[in-house]
Design a protein around this ligand. Structure first.
Ligand SMILES: NC(=O)c1ccc[n+]([C@@H]2O[C@H](COP(=O)([O-])OP(=O)(O)OC[C@H]3O[C@@H](n4cnc5c(N)ncnc54)[C@H](O)[C@@H]3O)[C@@H](O)[C@H]2O)c1
Ligand SMILES: [Fe+2]
Length: 372
């Protein structure tokens, strides 16, 4: 049989993408160079001192800065509309997000929808944004979501307690400054949860019906770095070398999200976030081994490669190597102090059918899963 040609793929990345300890300082020069004059700095209360010192640097460079720090973890539609409603759209030409995925996603949506008549609910889905109203710059402070380079923004829809996504090339920022020093203050449990999220982005993009060789490069490299360095970043929070490795892995994970995206671990995780407000990374960690064991028979070679990338020894046969990979992941989550059962987190067994039904509505991700 003739081999089919490789499928088409489109990579969209921030045109200015800086990585490395200290690169946040370059954001000031960048903003001046591109002609920014007034900006909204979207951030979150726990990192207010960091945000203030960043804002001071911008003000010293002659920029007008309004700081908005009321972003909670895992924000919803109401938080976005509160942010948009509290600002005069004529008062800023640039949105800067400084925070974890929760902050970055709100900043991305603000840049797209400032001054626009659409409600954010009207643009849930793929490709429904008509453009972006403001310049957009992102600085992640977690090594997790990869939102700083992805075309996605995720919000809780309080109306039906489901996490929903806006997916659009207009959500890829103009610039991202990925500075591992910004993660030094992230407490161990959050480092663990966000790091596992990033690892799952890589795994789900690699073992994916729409996997592509160009994305495989990022996915394998991301897994390699996160699997080897996450425990050190969790247990030695000031280890900048380990933080850098995990943050680069998370950046690679983010680069997988546009062209390929995630699959059933994320789809099944969303209802746990929506109804029980479990942190995104925790929901992913809980479901990871179970979804992978379900998927293994459908793609043993892919999951064996996942295992090898994480440093698991080859067991001589793909399925055995893949199974060893799942055991490695269970152990990694345990080593990082992540929980392993729903009951301990207050999710009763009666909720499971409802969770399953809600997960089945996340078709944009389930269609990627190697096993139906
Ligand atoms: N856009 C995407 O591509 C994408 C991908 C995956 C997940 N998400 C979404 O992103 C959100 C989760 O983002 P997250 O996992 O980065 O966590 P987060 O942004 O919710 O942050 C978690 C907590 O850590 C705090 N925090 C953040 N950085 C800190 C720092 N450096 N020091 C101390 N505290 C800090 C925050 O204030 C928050 O309380 C969810 O809503 C999820 O659905 C988006
Ligand atoms: Fe995720």
């Amino acid at each position: 049989m003739k081999q089919p040609p490789l499928p088409p793929v489109t990579l969209r990345q921030p045109p200015h993408l800086a990585f490395g300890a200290g690169v946040r300082a370059e954001a000031v020069d960048y903003l001046r160079r591109v002609g920014a004059s007034s900006l909204v700095l979207v951030t979150t209360a726990p990192i207010r001192p960091l945000a203030e010192s960043f804002a001071d640097g911008l003000r010293s460079a002659g920029l007008t800065v309004t700081v908005f720090d009321e972003v909670p973890a895992e924000p919803g539609v109401s938080h976005f509309e509160h942010l948009r409603g509290s600002l005069d759209p004529a008062s800023f030409d640039t949105v800067v997000g400084l925070g974890g995925g929760s902050v970055l996603d709100l900043a991305k949506l603000l840049a797209a929808l400032a001054g626009r008549p659409e409600a954010v609910r009207e643009v849930f889905g793929i490709g429904l944004l008509g453009g972006r109203a403001r310049r957009l710059v992102c600085l992640p402070t977690t090594a997790g979501t990869g939102s700083e380079v992805s075309p996605n923004a995720i919000l809780l829809d309080e109306a039906d307690e489901l996490k929903k996504g806006v997916v659009s090339p207009w959500l890829v920022p103009d610039a991202a400054f990925v500075d591992p020093e910004l993660t030094l203050s992230l407490p161990a449990p959050l480092t663990a949860a966000t790091g596992i999220d990033a690892l799952v982005h890589c795994i789900e993009a690699y073992a994916n019906l729409h996997a592509h060789p160009v994305v495989d490069l990022y996915a394998l490299e991301g897994m390699r770095r996160i699997a080897r360095h996450l425990p050190r970043a969790v247990h030695g929070g000031d280890d900048l070398a380990a933080r850098s490795e995990v943050m680069l892995g998370a950046l690679y994970g983010g680069l997988c999200l546009g062209p390929v995206n995630t699959a059933a671990v994320h789809a099944l995780a969303y209802p746990l976030g929506g109804e029980f407000h479990l942190a995104h990374g925790i929901s992913n960690a809980l479901l990871l081994p179970h979804v992978l064991r379900f998927n293994l028979p459908a793609a043993p070679a892919r999951y064996a490669a996942v295992a090898r990338a994480m440093g698991v020894e080859d067991a001589g046969e793909d399925l055995a190597t893949a199974e060893a990979g799942v055991r490695f992941l269970e152990n990694l989550c345990w080593e990082c102090g992540l929980p392993s059962g729903l009951a301990a987190l207050g999710v009763p067994v009666e909720a499971l059918p409802r969770m399953a039904r809600a997960a089945l509505t996340v078709t944009r991700l389930l269609r990627n899963n190697p096993r139906p």
